[in-house]
Structure formats: C-alpha cells, structure tokens
Design a binder for this molecule. Structure first.
Ligand SMILES: Cc1cc2nc3c(=O)[nH]c(=O)nc-3n(C[C@H](O)[C@H](O)[C@H](O)COP(=O)(O)OP(=O)(O)OC[C@H]3O[C@@H](n4cnc5c(N)ncnc54)[C@H](O)[C@@H]3O)c2cc1C
Length: 386
C-alpha cells in the first residue's frame, strides 16, 4: 500500500491549486457581495481552463477529455473545493452521464459539453420528491410518436445558464409485490423548447452566486431522439453514471476544510489574549489537533473510495462513508474555525462565516447524510439477508 502521489499527480494538484488561488480567489469577494458571477469572469475562467487542458476533467480522452483516473479527478475536485462554488462551476465538469449519449446526441450534447461550448444541468429533484426519487410526479406520456412532459423540478443547480438539461421523468408504473413502482426515463431537453420554462429559484444560505432554478414542463413535446439511455431505463443510466458524483462532494469538503484550517491556524498563532497567542491555550490547540486529524481521515477515506473505483472494486459503501464523513467533518471544522476566530468569525470582513454557511449544504445535496447512512447499513446487512 502506497500513500504517495506520482509526479504527474503532484503536478495536477499544484496546477489546479495555483489556478484556484490565482483565478478564483480574486473574484470571491465580489460574488459574495453581489450574488452574481459576472459573465465575462465566467467566460474568462472557462477559457483559461480549456487552455490549460483541464476542462471536462471527468471525461475520457476518447471524447476529448483529459482522461484522468477517478483518483486524479478526485485530486482536481479537492483543490476546486478550496474555491467559491459559484466560480469553480466554470472550471467545467459536465455530468458524466452524458457518456450515455448515442447517435446524434453525441454531436449535439456530449461533444459540445466536453469542449465547453454548451453547459448542462441535471434535474431530478421535485418539490414532493427529494430523497425518494421514485416518488417523482413529473411525467412523460406518449402522444403519437412524441413524449409529452408535464410537471416541475426544483433546486436545479446551474440551470440559470445551462444550455440543455438532463431531466428524469416518470414514464409509467409497475405493480410489484411491494406496491406500485414508477418507471423512470432520462431526457435531454434544450433550453427554449416550447412548453419548458426555467424560472428563478430560491436564495440559498450556502454558495452564494451558485444559483438553483425551478423548471416547469407544460405539455412540453419531445421526440424519442431526446431519450438518454433506454426508455424506462432512467435508473440504470443514473446508477451507472451518477454513482460516483458523491465522491465530488466528499473531496470538495476536504479541500475546503484544508483552506479553513489554514485560516484557523494562522489566526490562532497571531491572535493574542492574556498576553499570549490563543493557540497556546489547550482549549484552542486541541481543537486544531482534532481538526487536522478529522481532515486527514476524510481525505484518506475519500481518496481510497476513488481508488477502489479505479481498481474496479465495489465502492458503494465506501463512497457513501466518504460523503457522509467528509461533509460532516467540514461542518465541525468550519464551526471550530469560527469559534477560534471569536466574534470576527461571524463578520463578513473575513471569509470564515462564508465557509461555515457553505458547509451546510454538503450534508444535504447529492443524497443527505441520512440517505448515505441508509446505503452504508444496507450494504452491511444485505449479505446477511437482513
Ligand atoms: C442548493 C441545492 C442545490 C441542489 N441542486 C440539485 C440539482 O442540481 N439537481 C437535482 O436534481 N437536485 C438538486 N438538489 C436537491 C438535493 O439533492 C435534495 O435536496 C436532496 O436529495 C434531499 O431532498 P429534499 O431536500 O427534498 O429532502 P427530503 O428528501 O424531503 O428529506 C428531508 C429530511 O428527511 C430525511 N429523510 C428522507 N428520507 C429518509 C429516509 N428514508 N431515512 C431517513 N431520513 C430520511 C432527509 O435525510 C432529510 O433530513 C439541490 C439541493 C440544494 C439544497
């Protein structure tokens, strides 16, 4: 077992870290203040990432991506986690589910997404169907040769500037011994399709400037050519391609925690009370010790789950463990960092309150902590038939 990175992997880390420090950090204060990413900034970030050869770094070389391993992609995400999500979004990691594109979909969606010409958003969640994906009410019914979509989706990230949408919709119901079970199909929907509206979403306490929208479908007609994967095969395509996205939440949590940690250490070393650095008080130094221990633990857990994917080993339980542990670790670390900063930690003079707010969503999206624990325990009990 070797824990070191290769020279090439070290290079990936240092390249992405410098990019985040030089191209993302300088814009963060403006995004926090205005809640907007200026279009020219978004475009500039995108172009620089393309020039660097890192755009669509989750895609294989066969479709024009850099062909990184899962572990290398996790290293990229870990560094991106240091920066503001609203800005790093333009570092461009299209949904890898686009690898399921077939025929004309390849030139219309997959390739332009990988080249950075078209941006995507993924829409699964509905007002009445969050963790319970199969509870979705958005339906597609047959009419002539078309599909007619009705319903809505909410919390859809990046939908404000997406050119097309990967949308999961119920296309029927099977009667099973456990009761009715909805069949799901995945569709590719272009912005501007008649009957499809992208509306302003809610203001979130986390990740200011990284917007979420509400999607409305009102007799929106789509052809068979818009089906991604097979009709009624939405779960298959979801399980094949969205399986690994939880690693992203975990790695980004680790990256952000390391940035927060550096702030906390610096402050604890510089801030003096009772005639000495507060870091010399055991009440503070032990918090620092616990923070770094937890960060390292989350880091190893996360990278090991990515490594398992590269090795072709089962990783569902490990990915869920990484997601739940890293996101909850980030909450504890940002809270401790804020405590170490005292009152200043709450003020928007410093980025600490932002890290603390941003951390909150990581335990919710891409499957809540409770759902991850459900996955972990199910994997443990399944072999016992329990
Ligand atoms: C800022 C933001 C951006 C998002 N972006 C996207 C996006 O781009 N695309 C997209 O499709 N979705 C997106 N989501 C949706 C996100 O994935 C869901 O919020 C998440 O899956 C939880 O669903 P919910 O919010 O409806 O909560 P619910 O599912 O209603 O859960 C409420 C509570 O009940 C608990 N709970 C539910 N079921 C169980 C159970 N079986 N056992 C134990 N506890 C349970 C949950 O853990 C939670 O604590 C986004 C969400 C946010 C907040």
């Amino acid at each position: 077992m070797r824990f070191g990175l290769s020279d090439e992997q070290e290079m990936i880390v240092s390249t992405v870290r410098s990019f985040v420090e030089n191209e993302i950090y300088p814009h963060e204060a403006l995004v926090e203040k205005t809640g907007e990413v200026p279009q020219e900034v978004a475009q500039e970030i995108k172009q620089k990432v393309i020039d660097l050869g890192f755009y669509a770094s989750n895609f294989p070389e066969s479709v024009g991506g850099p062909g990184l391993s899962h572990l290398e992609f996790a290293l990229v995400e870990r560094e991106l986690g240091r920066g503001s999500m609203a800005l790093t979004h333009f570092f461009g990691r299209p949904q890898n589910i686009l690898m399921a594109c077939q025929g004309e979909q390849i030139e219309k969606y997959l390739m332009p997404a990988v080249r950075g010409e078209r941006m995507d958003a993924l829409a699964m969640t509905e007002p009445d169907a969050g963790s319970d994906v199969r509870g979705m009410k958005c339906t597609a019914t047959r009419d002539g040769g078309d599909w007619v979509i009705n319903g809505s989706k909410h919390f859809i990230s990046g939908a404000d500037h997406a050119d097309f949408f990967i949308v999961f919709v119920a296309t029927g119901v099977d009667e099973t011994p456990k009761g009715p079970k909805k069949r799901i199909t995945c569709f590719l929907v272009d912005r501007g399709t008649p009957g499809f509206e992208v509306a302003k979403g809610y203001n979130s306490v986390s990740h200011r400037g990284y917007k979420n929208c509400i999607l409305y479908f009102d007799n929106c007609r789509l052809s068979d050519a818009q089906v991604l994967g097979e009709v009624d095969g939405g779960f298959a395509v979801m399980n094949e391609w969205l399986y690994a996205t939880r690693i992203t939440v975990a790695t980004m949590s680790v990256g952000r925690a390391r940035r927060v940690f550096d702030h906390a250490v610096q402050y604890a070393a510089e801030r003096k009370q009772f005639g000495q650095s507060i870091g010399k008080f055991q009440g503070v130094s032990f918090q620092i010790a616990d923070m770094i221990t937890e960060i390292d633990a989350a880091d190893y857990l996360t990278l090991a789950s990515a490594w398992r994917l590269d090795e072709g080993l089962p990783a569902n339980r490990e990915i869920a463990s990484a997601k739940v542990y890293a996101s909850e670790m980030l909450a504890r670390v940002t809270d401790a960092a804020l405590q170490i900063h005292g009152g200043m930690g709450l003020m928007d003079e410093l980025p600490i309150e932002r890290f603390w707010r941003d951390a909150r969503v990581e335990r919710i999206w891409d499957g809540t902590s409770e759902i991850q624990r459900h996955i972990i325990s199910r994997e443990i009990f399944r072999p016992l038939g329990a």
